[in-house]
Unconditional design. Structure first.
Length: 139
């Protein structure tokens, strides 16, 4: 994968994460709150703030766990799209879309790093087994 594609995947991941944060906050405070005037459900956006800096900085570890975290929002979106109607169902569909886009962009962004890590692990194991074979034959 070339560097331009990596930058694009990262950019789309950042945009989808920020969109999900804004959506979750606006949904529960303004657009379709569970109670008139807003609800405490807006705090569901707080966990998305935890990986934000790491995602912005392209931190591999953060992108890995954030891709798993966002699946909770995908699940909530599916449940609410199925069980609610009107504006909430539409917002739930957006939640599904943003979380899905983030997940796949993060996974594809991480793919070259995963391949490099597997290659390094194979080489390390190969070297270690060669050293062990040499010590075994020396005895």
């Amino acid at each position: 994968m070339d560097a331009r594609m990596q930058r694009l995947l990262h950019l789309i991941a950042v945009i989808s994460l920020l969109s999900l944060i804004v959506l979750c906050t606006a949904w529960e405070l303004v657009l379709a709150p569970l109670r008139p005037g807003g609800s405490w459900m807006a705090i569901k956006a707080l966990p998305l703030l935890l990986p934000l800096m790491g995602v912005l900085r392209r931190n591999i570890y953060t992108l890995q766990w954030a891709s798993m975290l966002v699946l909770l929002y995908f699940t909530e979106g599916v449940v609410r799209a199925w069980s609610e109607s009107g504006t909430s169902a539409l917002l739930a569909s957006l939640e599904i879309a943003f979380s899905t886009v983030f997940f796949f962009c993060a996974i594809f962004f991480l793919s070259p790093y995963k391949k490099a890590a597997k290659k390094l692990a194979r080489e390390t194991i190969k070297k270690a087994s060669a050293v062990n074979d040499d010590h075994f034959h020396d005895d």
